[in-house]
Every structure is written in C-alpha cells, then in structure tokens.
Design a protein around this ligand. Structure first.
Ligand code: NDP
Ligand code: 8X3
Length: 252
C-alpha cells in the first residue's frame, strides 16, 4: 500500500516521525508547520521535492491556511491519509490565573486549525470514496487534570468532532480515527512550559515516556488495517502512566 499523506505539524514530534515512517514505506508526503528551515531540512532528508511537498503557514491563521491548502500542486493533491496533528498546550496554571491570549491560541490551533485543514481535504476524499483522517486527540480529552482546562477542552472537542464526522461519512469508505496518546517525549512540554527545557525534561526523566516513533507506528497500523475496519478511537499510554484517584480536598 502507498499513497499520499498530509501531516500538519510535521516539523517536530509525532508529525515528523509520522512523515518519516510513511516516507520510508514509499508514500508521498505533504508536511506543514511554521518553521520553514525545519520543513526544508525534512524535505531534503526524505527524498526532495518529488517525494515531499512542504507548506509553511500558521494554522491558527484562517487566510494563510486556506491559501496554503488551495495551492497544493496536482501531484500531491489527492490526499489518502490526513493526520491532523499540529497542536499545543500552553501553561499549567489554574483557570482563574490563565492568560486569555494563550487560551485563544490553543482554541485557534487545536480546534479551528484542525477544522480548516479537514474542510479543505475532506471533499476530495468523499469524491474519491477513500481516505483516512487521523486526528490527534489526547488522554487530556478523556480525563481532566489540574491545569489542563482549555487544553483538555480542545482535545475533548477533537474527540467528539471525530465521532460526529464519522457519522456524517457513513455510507462512504472514508475512515476517521481519534488517537488519544498520554505521556510522550517531544517538544510538547518545552512549548507548554514556554521554553523552560529543564522543567520539560523533569517531566520525562525516569518515567520512560512513549517516543514519537511509537505514535508513528500506531498511525501506520490504524491506516494499514483492512479497508473494512475503522478504529474509532484509541487511547495509548506509556506503561509507567495510569489514572489518578478522584481528588478530595478541604475547602479553605
Ligand atoms: P511538538 O511540539 O513536538 O510538535 C507540534 C507540531 O505542531 C510542530 O510541528 C509545530 O510546528 C506544529 N504547530 C504548532 N502550532 C502551530 C501553528 N500555529 N501553525 C502550524 N503548525 C503548528 O508536539 P507533539 O508532537 O507532541 O504534538 C503533536 C500533537 O499531539 C499535538 O496536537 C498535541 O496536542 C498532541 N499530543 C501530544 C502528546 C504528548 O505527550 N507529546 C500527547 C497527546 C497528544 P511549528 O512550530 O513549526 O509551527
Ligand atoms: C498531552 C498529554 O497528559 O500532557 O496531550 O495532557 S497531557
């Protein structure tokens, strides 16, 4: 099996690992992200412009996203697998202390960005009657935790949107999967802690987190299953992670 995959947020973490994995299996790859130099390096590493097309834009910017998606060259326009991966968390403060701009950035990126790219790619999939949309949800969409507030909310949106979209697509051969990972070491926590690399590292140290290539392998697996099978949602954690007990605390 081979085809064309579009991965948003292909400059780092899950997105970069997924682009690499599919490219190694002979797929043509479209990768997006804001960091042009990383996109260029990935394009070179994965076989050049014939194999990899890059789109540098801010997914939180509707006009830039629409323009980039409309400009896909013909050779890369028929997307077989869309991985809606670009996303971020900002901060771990309690809701009453959060920065409203950071909340809006998470909504604009994790929700609105995902919607824009999906809306651009989906009609082609339906017309061709094949394709697979893999959305990056999170355990944060299933389980609340202190300081998760809007990030948890964006991933809960992604989960329910994935299910509802699948309902819409019933009667077609287009598949939708919401992938819900737990702790995985990428640049995610450096971004969340606003560049504090030590703080990010301390979260992973000794905890044997999942690695981006584990997620790439899972995306490869769900998309390689027989066309009659749809994995609706898939929650994965490192063996070291589990659920917290319900919290009880005296009020002040
Ligand atoms: P990384 O920070 O390593 O990668 C995030 C990617 O998203 C980068 O390629 C970045 O590209 C892109 N991105 C972020 N904001 C924008 C934007 N405004 N416009 C365009 N691209 C953007 O994180 P991960 O690989 O860990 O995260 C990938 C997805 O997985 C996210 O949706 C995250 O919420 C989710 N996730 C992560 C988990 C983890 O533990 N790591 C667990 C569960 C889910 P660039 O900076 O070049 O724009
Ligand atoms: C990222 C996982 O647990 O940091 O989605 O929210 S977590």
């Amino acid at each position: 099996m081979s085809g064309t995959i579009l991965v948003t947020g292909g400059t780092s973490g899950f997105g970069a690992a997924t682009a690499q994995h599919f490219s190694e299996q002979g797929w043509k790859v479209v990768i997006t992200g804001r960091r042009r130099e990383r996109l260029d390096a990935m394009q070179e590493q994965l076989g050049g412009p014939e194999r990899v097309h890059t789109l540098a834009f801010d997914i939180a910017d509707r006009r830039a996203t629409d323009a980039a998606m409309a400009g896909l060259p013909e050779a890369f326009a028929d997307i077989d697998v869309l991985v809606n991966n670009a996303g971020l968390a900002l901060g771990r403060e309690p809701a009453h202390q959060c920065d409203l701009d950071e909340w809006e950035t998470m909504v604009d990126t994790n929700i609105k960005g995902l919607l824009r790219v999906t809306r651009a790619v989906l009609p082609g999939m339906v017309e061709r009657n094949r394709g697979h949309v893999v959305n990056l949800g999170s355990v944060a969409g299933n389980w609340p935790y202190p300081g998760g507030n809007v990030y948890c909310g964006t991933k809960a949106f992604v989960q329910q949107f994935s299910r509802a979209m699948r309902s819409d697509l019933q009667g077609t051969r287009v598949r939708v999967t919401n992938l819900e990972p737990g702790l995985c070491e990428t640049e995610f926590s450096v971004v969340r802690f606003r560049g504090d690399e030590d703080k990010a590292k301390s979260l992973y140290e000794g905890n044997d987190p999942m690695l981006p290539e584990d997620i790439a392998e899972i995306i490869w697996w769900v998309t390689s299953l027989p066309a009659r099978v749809n994995v609706n949602s898939l929650e994965v954690m490192p063996v070291t992670q589990s659920w917290a007990p319900l919290a009880v605390k005296p009020v002040r």
